[in-house]
Design a protein around this ligand. Structure first.
Ligand code: NIG
Ligand code: FE
Length: 388
């Protein structure tokens, strides 16, 4: 195995609590990678020798972004729907069915190419871990193939057969929940790590969501929930009650919802791309952080409500619109995402962690918010391999 010394790092974000501040910063730092893992971090002056050397030229190095919420297995786009929304039309869950029709009509090769394209697009912007949901197939065969395809690109696969009621079951939602918790789950569970449900008016109510999540848990899947996106609802409380890894969106929260999250191990995953692209009010990250909840930031990349793969964009919006400091937003996009995926090998730079690294074309991680819209990726390593 070849070791690499990255030296002359102006600011190193470790997210390691043994270093100062929320981001565990080390100034004038160096990092050593060996194979796929980090083996050493510390002041450049103390760095050990390695087989090869990379000069970071005083720029900032941080853990690769962990995007813990994305919907990448789909075909088509929804430009017309976006255009209509920007002329005043409201977002509804119903648009999902447009993408379902296009996805069902696509070949395996087309869907695989689409996922590959989005994973590569995200990687170029510093995302080294991405979660990927099914949910645009809504038949036994189409959901299973979505997860098979997703699994070729990431281990973080999520069964979202309960995205909306499939059009064939429009008059029989209970029958669709039976399918999702029965035959469809049988076909999907072998290809998924997580189970998710869109708990929302127009999608699935609290009882239906509970049935979907508990059936998945009985098959060894870990729950995460689309909760409280468009309206107040039971999603967050259900997520906490079932010990879900994450409650995602968290846009409309009561004080009791905030307290429940703060008191739990369930991460509040905020998805500002969705509010941006649906012209909706942003979630209040400050309220969650002040209450003591763990917050993650993710893209929600999907063709309907949030067609961005840019974690930097989400950081900038979270800082400007959601009450987060730049450090909190960077932490949420790295360590927070790792927590939401229950991963200890990513989202931090420390000996033993996977060598997932983002070198910024900037001296400080604050520039991710300070220079919105500017491509700042200078280099990316994933599992020790230089990818960008
Ligand atoms: O997370 N909320 C449900 N699912 C997606 C939207 C999917 C779509 O509109 O196609 C979301 O925002
Ligand atoms: Fe989503």
């Amino acid at each position: 195995m070849t070791s690499t010394l990255i030296t002359n790092i102006g600011t190193l974000v470790t997210n390691d609590p043994s270093h100062p501040g929320l981001l565990g910063l080390v100034e004038d730092a160096a990092v050593v990678l060996d194979g796929s893992v980090v083996t050493w971090t510390g002041p450049a002056a103390d760095a050990p020798a390695a087989d090869q050397r990379f000069d970071a030229a005083g720029r900032a190095l941080l853990p690769g972004f962990v995007d813990s919420h994305a919907h990448l297995v789909f075909a088509g786009d929804r430009t017309a729907e976006f255009n209509a929304r920007m002329s005043g039309q409201a977002y509804t869950a119903g648009g999902i069915r447009t993408t379902v029709a296009a996805t069902r009509a696509a070949t395996d090769a087309e869907l695989d190419a689409n996922v590959g394209r989005f994973v590569a697009e995200a990687l170029r912007q510093g995302t080294t871990t991405v979660e990927c949901k099914s949910g645009y197939g809504l038949t036994v065969a189409d959901e299973a193939r979505a997860l098979r395809i997703a699994g070729a690109h990431t281990p973080e696969t999520t069964y979202l057969g309960a995205h909306v009621v499939a059009p064939e079951f429009a008059d029989d939602p209970a029958g669709y929940v039976d399918l999702v918790t029965g035959e469809m789950l049988d076909a999907c569970a072998p290809h998924a790590r997580w189970v998710d449900v869109f708990c929302e008016r127009g999608a699935f109510d609290g009882d239906q969501a509970r049935a979907v999540l508990t059936a998945g848990m009985e098959r060894g899947l870990i729950p995460r929930v689309h909760a409280n996106q468009l309206t107040h609802g039971p999603g967050v409380q259900l997520a906490v009650e079932l010990g879900a890894a994450s409650a995602d969106h968290c846009t409309h929260l009561t004080d009791a919802d905030v307290a429940a999250l703060a008191d739990s191990t369930t991460v509040a995953t905020l998805l500002p791309g969705a509010e941006f692209s649906t012209r909706a009010p942003y979630p209040d990250a400050r309220r969650l952080l002040d209450a003591g909840a763990t917050v993650a930031l993710s893209t929600d990349c999907n063709p309907g409500s949030s067609f961005t793969s840019s974690m930097a964009f989400c950081i900038a919006v979270a800082v400007r619109e959601m009450g987060m400091t730049p450090d909190e937003a960077v932490h949420a996009a790295t360590a927070g995402g790792a927590r939401a995926l229950r991963r200890t090998d990513v989202g931090r730079i420390a000996p033993g962690a996977r060598a997932d690294l983002l070198l910024l074309d900037a001296p400080s991680p604050v520039h991710l918010a300070y220079r919105p819209g500017v491509p700042l990726t200078a280099a990316v390593w994933r599992a020790g391999v230089r990818e960008v």
